[in-house]
Design a protein around this ligand. Structure first.
Ligand code: ZN
Length: 268
């Protein structure tokens, strides 16, 4: 199952994305929202619309999170490239929901930063309220699906500030989408490819099987501290190969089984 969020006659709607003659298209909209599904999107009521090719739809971020929780340094080679030790437990930070950017949207490089980096990542979408799950509970039931995220970072400000709120939190610094997908094959818990391209050239090519901390550990670690609500996002860390973006670049993040999140870059 895949869904997107898009503009239809001036209103935001969730659309189910289905394959028609080999092309992704929106054939039905959701009457109730994924956040109301209690983790079971198959149960949602839908209404048929005139089919719209996904590539022609005006897409919005496919999620409306109360918060975006991110994991820093979750791949050994990326920790090493920034000169950091492998952390002993997941390193968490937050991005504000005001940073969200739609698929196809434009990342704005702030005037006050000289180095803005891409970070392509697998993103978990929460489907069910989760707080301090029992040790024997399978936390997969709290996951609605997966999407792509670009954890855009003002690297110079991250180093200067000593904490990451500003560097990670500029408006447009959280492109997400294009769709939320579940039932991925292969399963992200076993390993899916995460690739970032800039102007078509591959810059990051990782696989979630190389996570330092598994999705199980990450979700438990976050939910030990804070309640995860339906729609909340978890950005699971970026593989090696981070690098700068400049005005005019087109940056793409692909997660195997989800699709490609594409955004352009301008100077503010
Ligand atoms: Zn990141």
């Amino acid at each position: 199952m895949k869904y997107c969020r898009f503009q239809l006659n001036g209103e935001a709607q969730y659309g189910l994305v289905e394959s028609v003659a080999g092309r992704d298209a929106i054939l039905r909209i959701l009457i109730t929202t994924p956040e109301e599904s209690d983790g079971d999107v198959e149960s949602l009521r839908t209404r048929r619309i005139e089919p719209i090719a996904l590539e022609e739809a005006v897409l919005l971020p496919p999620v409306r999170p109360s918060k975006i929780v991110c994991v820093g340094r979750n791949y050994r080679e990326h920790a090493a490239e920034l000169g950091h030790e492998v952390p002993k437990e997941p390193l968490l930070f937050l991005k504000p929901s005001s940073a969200l950017l739609a698929p196809g949207g434009v990342v704005r490089r702030p005037k006050i930063s000289e180095r803005v980096d891409y970070e392509g990542e697998l993103c978990v979408v929460i489907g069910k309220t989760c707080y301090q799950p029992a040790a024997d509970e399978d936390v997969r039931k709290y996951i609605l699906g997966y999407t792509c995220v670009n954890d855009v970072t003002a690297r110079d400000l991250q180093n200067k500030d000593g904490q990451w709120t500003r560097a990670k939190g500029f408006d447009t610094f959280c492109p997400v989408g294009p769709v939320v997908a579940d039932g991925l094959d292969p399963d992200p818990w076993a390993g899916v490819g995460v690739e970032t391209r800039v102007n078509g050239a591959v810059r990051q090519s990782g696989n979630t099987r190389d996570f330092i901390f598994t999705l199980d550990v990450i979700i438990r670690h976050i939910a030990q501290a804070m309640t995860l609500f339906p729609g909340d996002l978890i950005a699971t860390g970026t593989p090696a190969g981070v690098g700068p973006l400049v005005a005019g670049d087109v940056v793409e993040v692909s997660v195997e089984g989800v699709g490609t999140l594409r955004n352009s870059v301008v100077d503010e």
